[in-house]
Ligand binder design. Structure first.
Ligand code: ZN
Length: 452
């Protein structure tokens, strides 16, 4: 049987997310990295293809661990540009309740394309809106991911606590516990792939303490345990949320999380900002992961995630762009740069290095979603790669290529490989007409806010 091997030869610089040196490049066989070569080393076996990477900075494909694809339809919407989280949500819920399957498909493709072009090969999405007519929302997202040829962990989000019962979202956007659990089970059975190399996975994701009941939190944890899938939610994003938890449950956010059975290594949390020392220690001991979303946290002025203490306590840290109504870009390389700058404000320059934030965007994010086969350049890992050229004006005069990627503001990969297949070549996504996608997406975005 003939085997197809490709040598990604002699990159200009590389970041492996481990202690290996990949200066001589990588050998890929099928969808797997079969060799990592140090400087001067050549492949032990013949390679049918050689890709000269001497003008490229080579990274493991970036991994995005928090997003709401549908929000690309409400980017930079004037009524919420200057609002903090709770009023921002209350103004946006009625708009989002008008979402249609076609609009979600376009929104998902826009978010995925933007991520892919930034060097992201695996993403999660947190979709929690299932108004009438949107019962197939996750199915629509699976189609979009497959069309783009990426990997995704799609979370079956949920909202079950409406305004009538003291929650934040309007009643027409919440579902019964029964409907949520039934659909969660259906999606796991239909789409969740297990083991190394999985392309589509499903996780369970009740939205936030102020939009779901304790019952659905407990039932989701039990179902996740039974089906061995991951758990995701928003937690400790703002002080308004902390006050809500104290008022409604008589508990701080982490106490609430523990009370519903979620303080576990199966869980990863979006934001994780407002924790005290004891809470950080408990999260770390439990191995609960934290997705840092710097741009969203800055835009909504929510606060700064205590990444260094969380990591020291034992919590894996990953990065997320968050939804496009609070970022409003879906560019994970841009987000990595912002993580460096925001975290430097808290911890100074020496602790927060380009290598540290790149590790969060790759290996750290992979740990959050339970994937030991992704996020690193090493033998046996999936061949998911991002390669950047430093040939734009912004890089001219730069010296250290890896630092230049972050400090000069790289935002577009020239080449991206997912599972051994090139998905981006010369900065273009294979098989996607971006101009036509933008034209259709703009119409859908206008329609969503029309006649409000
Ligand atoms: Zn979010």
């Amino acid at each position: 049987m003939s085997v197809n091997r490709i040598w990604i030869k002699n990159p200009l610089a590389n970041f492996t997310a481990n202690t290996l040196d990949a200066s001589g490049g990588l050998v890929i066989e099928g969808n797997i990295i079969v060799d990592v070569l140090s400087a001067g080393q050549t492949p032990a076996q013949p390679c049918q293809q050689v890709f000269d990477a001497s003008e490229y900075v080579l990274l493991p494909g970036l991994i995005n661990t928090h997003h709401h694809f549908y929000q690309t339809l409400t980017r930079a919407w004037a009524p919420v540009v200057n609002q903090p989280l709770f009023p921002w949500l209350k103004t946006l819920y009625p708009v989002w309740a008008r979402l249609s399957p076609d609009a979600l498909k376009l929104a998902s493709k826009v978010a995925l394309a933007e991520l892919l072009l930034s060097g992201c090969t695996t993403t999660t999405d947190h979709h929690y809106l299932f108004p009438d007519g949107m019962e197939q929302a996750i199915d629509v997202q699976v189609e979009a991911v497959n069309e783009l040829g990426m990997r995704a962990l799609l979370t079956r989000g949920s909202m079950s606590l409406g305004e009538d019962d003291g929650g934040l979202p309007p009643q027409n956007t919440v579902q019964s516990g029964e409907d949520i659990l039934e659909d969660s089970q259906r999606l796991i059975a239909r789409y969740h792939q297990r083991g190394e190399g999985a392309r589509i996975q499903i996780a369970l994701a009740p939205c936030s303490p102020f939009s779901v009941t304790e019952e659905i939190m407990r039932a989701s944890a039990a179902l996740a345990e039974k089906e061995d899938v991951r758990l995701h939610t928003h937690l400790a994003e703002t002080l308004d949320e902390e006050r809500f938890c104290l008022q409604r449950f008589g508990l701080r956010t982490v106490d609430y999380l523990e009370s519903v059975g979620w303080l576990s290594p199966r869980t990863w949390l979006a934001h994780g900002i407002h924790f005290n020392d004891g809470e950080i220690a408990r999260l770390g001991k439990a191995g609960t992961g934290i997705c840092h979303c710097p741009v969203s946290n800055m835009r909504l002025a929510s606060g700064i995630c205590p990444t260094v203490e969380l990591e020291a306590a034992g919590s894996p840290i990953g990065l997320g762009v968050d939804g496009s109504a609070s970022n409003d870009a879906s560019n994970l390389m841009f987000e990595t740069r912002q993580a460096l700058y925001l975290q430097r404000l808290r911890y100074g320059t020496e602790q927060i290095t380009p290598q540290r934030v790149l590790k969060w965007a790759t290996q750290g994010s992979a740990r959050l979603i339970g994937r030991s086969d992704l996020g690193e350049l090493a033998i046996g890992k999936q061949a998911d790669l991002a390669l950047y050229k430093l040939d734009e004006l912004r890089f001219s005069g730069s010296h250290d290529p890896l630092s230049a990627l972050i400090l000069c503001g790289a935002e577009r990969a020239d080449r991206v490989m997912v599972a051994g297949q090139w998905r981006v070549i010369d900065g273009q996504i294979d098989g996607l007409d971006v101009q036509s996608l933008i034209a259709q997406h703009k119409v859908a975005a206008k329609r969503l806010i029309a006649t409000l």
